[in-house]
Design a protein around this ligand. Structure first.
Ligand SMILES: Nc1nc2c(c(=O)[nH]1)N[C@H]1C(S)=C(S)[C@@H](COP(=O)(O)O)O[C@H]1N2
Ligand SMILES: [Mo]
Length: 400
């Protein structure tokens, strides 16, 4: 295997000489737990550009923020997150089985039969890991120490999960759809299996996707087919999906019952009542968020020269209403210019012109508002698993 390794410090030529924090996507004003986001090396998995390696076994690789300058994240720059080993399934060998007490008749499809039988459709959507930005949590929480890059935006193409379920016929009492991928349990962890409530499984935007950005899914991102649950964190987006089981009881697998949970009420209603307990709820919809892409944190800006700051903003599917920028520590805010709306589950690019007048330190803050009225938090809402970090970003520049 020709895995090329790059030590971050040696990549300045590639990234145009930006400072180290910029490559890593960490804002220099934020205090990081030792060894968290500021560590990591760039490492290219086969078929991928160099990404920031958090672990090799299983493969957890995040996208450097500089690669978010595109409206859609190129497939070879798209982050990779597995709990397990990566299954290698050819299209010819792939099967999708639909069964369980919640369907009237079982079904089994091949790659060709499912694509021939159901209408193909597309959705533009952000795929964001529940633990994105966990490495910024203080106090520190255990888990993959992601910086800003455990997410990407793509056009997903496939068939509607709804159409496939309705073809099998839903029985009265159908409660959840359990998705299982072709990956197996590991020595240290149970098989990765997740369920969706019926309403989300039947949402016309929830897909069994075969392609992203017009190309077949890379194996790293779930070839030959994966679930796409737009607006919900990527834990539900089962890769290399092999089995769908429609149940009439709440699924109690480890990754539902024990992991991926938030304290009850801390982030509002989950929308997944059959999985709520007195104490906690499953993490579900993505919280409104934004990110400064360019110039990278720590960049040196030329005094008196006008430049456009480029950023992105997204939420769980209500869409972005506006993005505001502050250059005075949050006393006054002005609207950024929103770029084209690519769909309510897509991120929205924004631009804001600045002309630094004074040499020295300069801090830029960005804050997104969603159409549902929600906005980013000023301070971290701490929770044990390190989810939903959407604190207003403070980006430090140097003006010279
Ligand atoms: N089969 C399978 N699907 C999976 C996972 C996994 O470990 N196995 N991880 C999930 C999690 S937690 C995330 S964040 C996304 C990551 O998607 P990506 O690797 O395409 O970026 O895949 C999800 N689907
Ligand atoms: Mo994740």
């Amino acid at each position: 295997m020709d895995r090329r390794k790059f030590i971050l410090g040696s990549t300045s030529a590639m990234t145009g000489g930006l400072l180290l924090p910029g490559i890593l996507g960490a804002a220099s004003g934020e205090a990081l737990p030792a060894g968290a986001v500021a560590s990591g090396i760039l490492d290219a998995l086969p078929g991928k550009q160099p990404l920031i390696k958090r672990s090799f076994r299983p493969p957890n690789y995040e996208t450097p923020v500089s690669l978010y300058r595109h409206a859609f994240t190129p497939n070879d720059a798209f982050y990779v997150r597995w709990h397990t080993g990566v299954p290698e399934i050819t299209r010819a060998a792939w099967r999708l089985r639909i069964s369980g007490p919640g369907v009237k008749s079982e079904r089994e499809f091949t790659y060709d039969t499912i694509r021939r039988k159901f209408k193909m459709t597309e959705v533009a959507a952000v795929n964001q890991c529940s633990g994105n930005r966990r490495g910024l949590f203080s106090p520190h929480v255990p888990g993959v120490q992601w910086g800003y890059g455990a997410m990407g935006n793509a056009v997903w193409r496939g068939v509607r999960l709804k159409d496939v379920l309705e073809d099998a016929g839903l029985a009265a009492g159908a409660l959840e759809v359990i998705g299982n991928g072709a990956d197996a349990p590991t020595l240290t962890g149970p098989d990765f299996v997740k369920s969706l409530p019926m309403w989300k499984a039947l949402d016309p935007d929830t897909l069994i996707a075969f392609e992203m950005n017009g190309e077949p899914l890379p194996k790293w991102n779930g070839a030959p087919a994966r679930l796409v649950a737009p607006g919900w964190t990527a834990t539900y987006w089962i890769k290399a999906v092999a089995d769908l089981t429609v149940t009439d009881k709440p699924f109690d697998g480890f990754w539902m019952k024990t992991a991926y949970r938030v304290p009850k009420g801390m982030f509002g209603a989950s929308g997944f009542e059959s999985q709520d307990t007195e104490q906690n709820s499953p993490i579900t919809a993505i919280k409104v968020n934004s990110l400064v892409v360019d110039p990278a944190p720590g960049a040196v800006l030329e005094r008196g020269r006008r430049i456009d700051v480029l950023g992105i903003a997204w939420d769980g599917g209500s869409g972005i209403r506006d993005v505001e920028v502050s250059l005075d520590g949050g006393s006054t805010w002005r609207n950024a210019r929103l770029e084209r709306d690519l769909g309510r589950y897509s991120w929205r690019q924004w631009r804001y012109a600045i002309k630094p007048g004074q040499a020295g330190a300069m801090t830029l803050m960005a804050r997104a508002h969603a159409r549902d009225g929600s906005t980013q938090t000023d301070t971290l809402v701490h929770n044990p698993a390190g989810y939903h970090h959407n604190v207003v970003q403070k980006v430090d520049y140097h003006v010279a």
